[in-house]
Design a protein around this ligand. Structure first.
Ligand SMILES: Cc1ncc(C[n+]2csc(CCOP(=O)(O)OP(=O)(O)O)c2C)c(N)n1
Ligand SMILES: [Mg+2]
Length: 404
């Protein structure tokens, strides 16, 4: 195994190696590993080669949908989400967006989790959850408006049961627990009435797991038995900080210390992320409290379009993870079982092309924002100091018109 470049750094700062002794799911004791290692303690239902495998605790349960149809749907969601991501990245490179946070490689984690939600469930995303937004039916133009700076992420969360993106790392975990406690008080947990019992799912990253907010959210959720699923996409990096800096034990094991279950799932396996999230959401809806899911995946792209990952990580690592591509393994599965024809794949590719055209044309046609609108929608009544700032800025803008 090749040593990761940061291994020497850890020794250099005098950190003491800790051998974790927590029991892990499936028995045994697990040591922290770099993403080069192959963790054996994750739930996997579809191998990187597209082979179905059984797990003793979790099974893929398609519910009322025919199984093949559901899997073809996952494939379509992942291909279209990836196209959205690629187009948005290109639009940023053409100067059409201010910034973009790529989800490349994390499609299965997001699509599996979002498709496991029921209509009444509510999602709290961070800034990279384009696959969740897609599956919940948010117009992708809403994402482009946000990253172009046309608005400040102004979609109505109630329309698709997805809160606005949160850039303040981890803050949304507290919002999610607060929402979940509200749902409890509305009597929409544990009634047994289908379509009424509600769960909340909150998405955050490996880096966010070090934030105080996230740990406080864990404590509140545990203490109040809140119907919350904490979905941590461990994509191995918090900008340039590797996972090894965030935790001495696998992240899902932290849940034990807070008093609720934790499970690690292959985040590049859409069948497994669907199955594990479905079980955790149902547990929450039934009133059995929170679960931490660690979706073990990899951020294939840069942190955002302002980042250059070649400065801090090995290309070997990226090449290694390419072999675990979440879309390729579903395609291999569909082909192997003869449950998707060539025309199905062609149709999805055409849909992706159409989406690309829609996004490119739609983005370029967006109106420029009104500069003074930055003062809108924060306060119902603008406080005097901000009103003064607004007036000063308005006068400044007017001065340009005078010159012309
Ligand atoms: C409270 C706070 N601190 C720091 C930052 C700067 N910041 C932006 S993204 C990021 C890393 C987040 O990493 P992770 O939680 O793993 O999510 P990922 O970007 O990998 O999806 C940091 C530190 C921030 N936005 N908010
Ligand atoms: Mg991360």
């Amino acid at each position: 195994m090749k040593a990761a470049p940061w291994a020497a750094n850890l020794d250099g700062v005098g950190m003491t190696a800790v051998t974790p002794t927590c029991p892990v799911q499936g028995g045994g004791v697990m040591s922290p590993q770099s993403s080069f290692g192959e963790p054996t303690d994750l739930v996997q239902l579809l191998t990187p080669e597209g082979m179905r495998v059984a797990h003793e605790e979790y099974a893929f349960k398609p519910g009322e949908h025919p199984e093949d149809e559901l899997i073809r749907g996952f494939y379509r969601d992942m291909v279209l989400t990836r196209r959205l991501d690629i187009e948005a990245t290109a639009l940023q490179r053409h100067g059409e967006l201010g910034l973009w946070a790529q989800l490349l490689g994390q499609e299965a984690a997001q699509v599996g989790a979002a498709r496991a939600m029921q209509q009444q469930d509510f999602a709290f995303p961070t800034y990279r959850e384009h696959g969740v937004a897609w599956c919940r039916g948010l117009d992708p133009m809403a994402l482009l408006r946000l990253f172009r700076g046309v608005d400040q992420g102004a979609w109505d969360p109630k329309e698709c049961q997805v809160a606005n993106y949160t850039v303040v790392i981890g803050a949304q975990t507290l919002h999610a627990v607060g929402y979940g406690m509200g749902v409890q008080r509305d009597g929409a947990v544990g009634t047994g009435e289908p379509g009424r019992d509600t769960a909340v799912i909150v998405f955050f990253g490996d880096g966010a797991s070090s934030q105080g907010d996230v740990n406080e959210a864990f404590i509140f959720a545990a203490s109040y038995n809140a119907p919350v699923v904490f979905f941590c996409q461990n994509n191995q990096w918090a900008i340039s900080q590797p996972m090894e800096r965030q935790s001495r034990i696998p992240l899902y094991q932290r849940a034990l210390g807070f008093g609720f279950p934790g499970v690690r799932v292959d985040g590049n396996d859409v069948l497994a992320t669907y199955a594990v999230t479905q079980a955790a959401l149902q547990r929450a809806r039934e009133g059995n409290g929170p679960t931490l899911i660690e979706a073990y995946t990899y951020r294939m792209g840069a942190h955002t379009t302002t980042d250059d990952p070649t400065r801090y990580r090995l290309n070997d690592d990226v090449e290694h993870w390419k072999l675990k591509d979440p879309i390729a393994r579903v395609k291999a599965h569909l082909l192997r079982h003869g449950v998707a024809s060539e025309s199905f794949f062609t149709k999805v590719d055409h849909e992706a092309d159409d989406l690309g055209v829609l996004l490119r044309e739609g983005c370029r046609a967006l109106p420029d924002p009104e500069p003074l609108s930055v003062f809108d929608h924060v306060y119902a009544d603008l406080p005097p100091d901000l009103r003064a700032q607004r007036d000063e800025f308005a006068a400044y803008l007017d001065s340009f018109e005078e010159v012309q």
